[in-house]
Write a protein that binds this ligand. Structure first.
Ligand code: PEP
Length: 245
């Protein structure tokens, strides 16, 4: 399975800054690369390096209609998006998205022909209480409840421990291995075609830890926040994924 490295620009960028960043990006053999950009920049990203896939950072659970401020999956597809992040911990924590909402967003994405990157992960308190896997089971369980088993095989899962996001403190390779193996096993137990589901790791991935993280069992790529805003760093991480393949 070819690895996927997706950049999450979060609420960063400007037309001018994006142009500079895009100049430094390009496709690499042996790895799929994508950037998930703020909605207004989807138009700008119509012109981007060949082979670089496009994604968004959220999608409405609704198809169309009287939902002021929402952006529907078909609109993202119109702009050539292949991916959309759903359930990022910032959306869960700051915008009140619950597990079933994340499931409905994943369903809306799939129905629009997009691939949802479903983010799951525990807070530090939940990890310290020994509940990391319980939390992830619950989060994934809600998505499976909405999607059903067959459609669940069409998502990308991103394990993003909340405490590792933007903190400069990545999870250890042992922690990542434990969770990724557990996610794959969980998918298999549910009857999902687990071998075809990419499981990304996200949380303070940088050029200096990327190779070690991508070498971990059941890590099929990365979701990259801060480092995706620096072309040289993002490309170094993509290279590490290609070389680990
Ligand atoms: C993210 O926002 O999904 C993320 C992983 O951020 P960072 O790489 O900055 O920790």
């Amino acid at each position: 399975m070819i690895r996927l490295v997706a950049g999450n620009w979060k609420m960063n960028g400007s037309l001018a800054a994006n142009r500079v960043l895009l100049d430094g990006l390009g496709a690499l053999p042996g790895v799929e690369t994508a950037v998930c950009v703020p909605y207004p920049y989807l138009a700008q990203l119509q012109q981007r390096p060949e082979g670089l896939a496009l994604g968004a950072q959220d999608v409405s659970e609704y198809v169309a209609g009287a939902y002021t401020g929402e952006v529907g999956g078909s609109m993202l597809a119109d702009f050539g998006c292949r991916y959309v992040i759903v359930g990022h911990s910032e959306r869960r924590a700051l915008f009140g998205e619950d597990d079933l909402t994340v499931g409905r967003k994943a369903r809306a994405a799939l129905e629009a022909g997009l691939v949802p990157i479903v983010c799951v992960g525990e807070t530090l308190d939940e990890r310290d209480a020994g509940n990391a896997l319980v939390v992830i089971d619950r989060q994934l369980g809600a998505v499976r409840e909405v999607l059903g088993v067959a459609a669940m095989g069409g998502v990308v899962v991103a394990y993003e421990p909340v405490w590792a996001i933007g903190s400069g403190r990545s999870a250890s390779v042992e922690q990542v291995a434990e969770v990724h193996v557990a996610i794959r096993a969980w998918l298999r137990e549910q009857g999902v075609a687990a071998g075809g589901v990419r499981i990304l790791y996200g949380g303070s991935v940088k050029p200096d830890n990327a190779a070690a993280l991508f070498a971990v069992v059941d890590v099929d790529g990365g979701l990259i926040g801060g480092a995706s805003l620096v072309a040289q760093d993002f490309m170094a991480i993509c290279r590490a994924a290609a070389e680990a393949a």
